[in-house]
Design a protein around this ligand. Structure first.
Ligand SMILES: *[C@@H]1O[C@H](CO)[C@@H](O)[C@H](O)[C@H]1NC(C)=O
Ligand SMILES: *[C@@H]1O[C@H](CO)[C@@H](O)[C@H](O)[C@H]1NC(C)=O
Ligand SMILES: *[C@@H]1O[C@H](CO)[C@@H](O)[C@H](O)[C@H]1NC(C)=O
Ligand SMILES: *[C@@H]1O[C@H](CO)[C@@H](O)[C@H](O)[C@H]1NC(C)=O
Length: 687
């Protein structure tokens, strides 16, 4: 027994220096831990969530690393526009957004944690309470290293009398048996009594209780911790499964009940009534953790840390001028916030450098689970990648399914949208459904373009088809601009803070030497002194392609459809179409007594720590006491870098203004997660 353990004991001692992050020092009496809980899950595909937790909870808190994380996050938030607003958002989000994040970061600094994992959960959830999908903290050591699943995605269905109930998705077994072919038997065998081996019979079942409580106790508990959207209804919707158009096809989003990014549940007890039966049955089913498709394999604690937990070449920024052979360092290249969690579409650096983005940061990778083929819309008449066009059987309703505002090539994307909409018109479409379900944003100027070509040239689309914005004018940001205009630190115009990127609200460009964060607009928000830039005008026009002279659709005949989970550039698009052009909005499947927002996390432009770090390093300010140090961990801190002004109240940010959906469209067993059935029903009843 002892001798078989010996190799690991030796190994743990000799790797102690690399292992500091995790194992800490050997016990005082010279004994070291005999079992490495991370070795137990190393190189495994499926494991018990408790085993993943045992590994994560074996990482002691290292004070150096704890202080580093908190210092980077705290100092990065000085670039985040919304810190003071989020202390207490105005109505209608006062009850939803009330997070004093700087206070919580100080609290976390003073709290003793049993493990680095416990600290991570507290930090991650504290940042999520901002309910801002741009401002999310992730650590690839823990978040989605394993994804934790139960093969029973749930949906919210409405019956013919208008009664709503949580159900196991009718397609649950189809999804699970295709995606979890290597694990489905484990779940089949885990079911008790006459349910054993009968997982398929649970599809569509009405869920009467989750862990002995009303299912909405679980839905609402998840809504409080999931973050990313201001609206409570939108966060409720994250519990349920849904679909998303991605580059490679139609994907299935399991929802927060059936998929978790941290291994925090071991099993769930469900009380159900199966389809066409009257019996009520209660059973427990285990959650299982699957190694993430974007995680780096490991065999033990040391390799887990080396491969997934320490800063990588792109965690931190770099001096953009430190080029060798004319090539800037990889860390200086502007990239999408998200790291492991970024959408699958890879935008080449030169495209990103030219076209600003606004996109959600998620703590899970984009789903690669496939929407069951019978539910996938067939026969698009145009489109490619995330953009697909359909003509409904009525011959007059065109559909644009747009899963993202992100594609590898900006100009091609622009053209795909224009020619696709023109094809719909030429085939007889006189009305349009734009389905933006789970669209987390992308290129800002694609949102402006789509607004401009649908609505035509008018004072709401030319020259500004989006929202005017402002950046935060913190002391370090002011020094970056000063270094650019006075010390010429950005000859290659690589920096976001370069005045050459921006225009006044009358849309004339900033002069190259305009020190635009001097004399900031001082604003008291929630009793706190804050400071912002002057109002920034549009950045997208003239477009690189000439838009048509006429609107493509009568905007009274356009409806935007989603599950509410449309954010960032998707929100810029939806908000301007709804509030300026009178386009109707539909949220599908929301709880009927909860207000549904048709989008959220509006922002204006998103960014992250590594991009700010490149600004700081290029400006020669890394030694300034306000500058965030480099992350030691494989972490991302997202921010809202510019905040858009509102439409109904143009003096205040759009972020916390009301965006109620015109219609909360009930889903049935026939329409749920079936895009074509949803569009057909909406064309018949809403348009
Ligand atoms: C904490 O982590 C740092 C950086 O990896 C390391 O140098 C230090 O030795 C660690 N401290 C302990 C007590 O393990
Ligand atoms: C339930 O009953 C209806 C009506 O008889 C039938 O069409 C349907 O296929 C049944 N569903 C299941 C899952 O047994
Ligand atoms: C924009 O045009 C509309 C309709 O032509 C007009 O009612 C409105 O006053 C204009 N707004 C501005 C700011 O010029
Ligand atoms: C920061 O300070 C250190 C030590 O004083 C110095 O070696 C380094 O060159 C400075 N870096 C910058 C970017 O000024």
């Amino acid at each position: 027994m002892k001798s078989t353990l010996l190799p690991f004991v030796l190994c743990a001692v000799s790797l102690a220096s690399l292992n500091n992050l995790a194992l800490g020092s050997p016990a005082p009496d010279g004994l070291v831990k005999r079992v490495d809980p991370c070795a137990a899950i190393g190189n495994q595909e499926w494991v018990a969530p408790s085993a993943v937790r045992a590994c994560f909870e074996s990482f002691p808190v290292n004070q150096t690393i704890k202080s580093n994380i908190l210092e980077v996050v705290t100092k990065t938030l000085a670039f985040h526009t919304s810190v003071s607003y989020q202390v207490l958002a105005p109505e209608p989000f006062t009850a939803e957004v009330h997070e004093d994040i700087l206070g919580d970061l100080a609290r976390i600094g003073a709290t003793q944690y049993k493990s680095a994992f416990d600290m991570h959960v507290d930090l991650s959830r504290s940042v999520k309470r901002l309910m801002d999908g741009h401002c999310v903290y992730t650590n690839a050591c823990f978040d989605s290293l394993f994804l934790t699943f139960v093969p029973l995605p749930v949906v919210l269905l409405t019956d013919s009398q208008g009664n709503q109930a949580v159900h196991i998705a009718p397609e649950a077994f189809q999804v699970a048996s295709a995606e979890f072919a290597d694990e489905i038997q484990f779940w089949q065998d885990s079911l008790p009594g006459n349910l054993k081996g009968q997982l398929a019979s649970l599809s569509g079942a009405k869920v009467l209780a989750i862990n002995g409580q009303d299912p909405f106790a679980s839905v609402d508990a998840n809504a409080l911790i999931t973050g990313s959207f201001e609206g409570f209804g939108t966060r409720q919707n994250s519990f349920f499964s849904s679909y998303q158009r991605v580059d490679a096809g139609w994907n299935y989003v399991m929802g927060n009940f059936a998929q978790m990014s941290l291994p925090l549940a071991d099993s769930v007890t469900l009380t159900v009534q199966r389809v066409n039966t009257s019996a009520v049955q209660t059973f427990s089913i285990p959650y299982r953790s699957r190694f993430g498709s974007t995680s780096v394999p490991f065999s033990d604690t040391a390799s887990l840390i080396a491969n997934n937990c320490v800063a990588t070449a792109t965690t931190n920024g770099a001096d953009a001028n430190a080029a060798s052979n004319g090539v800037a360092p990889v860390a200086a290249v502007r990239r999408l916030p998200g790291g492991r969690f970024a959408p699958k579409t890879q935008i080449p650096p030169q495209v990103l450098q030219k076209h600003a983005v606004s996109i959600l940061v998620d703590d899970k990778p984009q789903s690669d689970i496939v929407l069951p083929p019978p539910l996938q819309p067939a026969a698009p008449i145009a489109g490619t990648g995330v953009t697909q066009f359909y003509l409904l059987q009525d011959g007059k309703t065109g559909v644009l399914a747009l899963g993202s505002f992100e594609e590898a090539d900006f100009d091609t994307f622009q053209n795909t949208l224009l020619t696709g909409l023109q094809t719909l018109v030429s085939k007889g479409a006189t009305q349009l459904i734009a389905d933006v379900t789970n669209n987390g944003g992308g290129f800002i100027c694609i949102a402006h373009w789509l607004h401009r070509i649908i609505a035509g040239p008018k004072n709401t689309t030319v020259p500004q088809a989006g929202l005017d914005t402002k950046a935060r004018a913190g002391p370090l940001a002011q020094l970056i601009v000063k270094a650019i205009v006075e010390d010429d630190v950005d000859p290659n115009e690589a920096l976001l803070y370069n005045p050459l990127n921006w225009r006044f609200s009358n849309n004339t460009p900033f002069p190259a030497d305009f020190d635009w964060l001097q004399n900031p607009v001082r604003t008291v928000i929630n009793g706190r002194q804050d400071a912002f830039s002057l109002r920034i005008g549009q950045e997208c026009q003239p477009f690189s392609q000439t838009p048509p002279d006429e609107p493509l659709f009568d905007t009274k005949k356009v409806v935007i459809v989603s599950n509410g989970r449309c954010a960032s550039s998707c929100s810029l698009f939806s908000v301007t179409l709804n509030k300026e052009e009178g386009v109707k909005t539909v949220v599908v499947g929301g709880k009927n007594d909860v207000g549904q927002q048709y989008c959220g996390t509006v922002g204006g432009e998103s960014s992250d720590f590594s991009t700010m770090d490149t600004e700081v390093k290029t400006a020669g300010l890394k030694n300034n006491s306000l500058a965030p140090p480099d992350f030691m961990t494989n972490s991302v801190q997202g921010i809202t870098w510019r905040l858009g002004f509102g439409i109904e109240d143009p003096t205040q940010p759009e972020e916390w203004q009301n965006r109620p959906a015109t219609v909360n469209f009930p889903l049935t067993a026939e329409t749920v997660n079936n895009p074509m059935a949803i569009w057909t029903a909406i064309a018949a009843s809403v348009l």
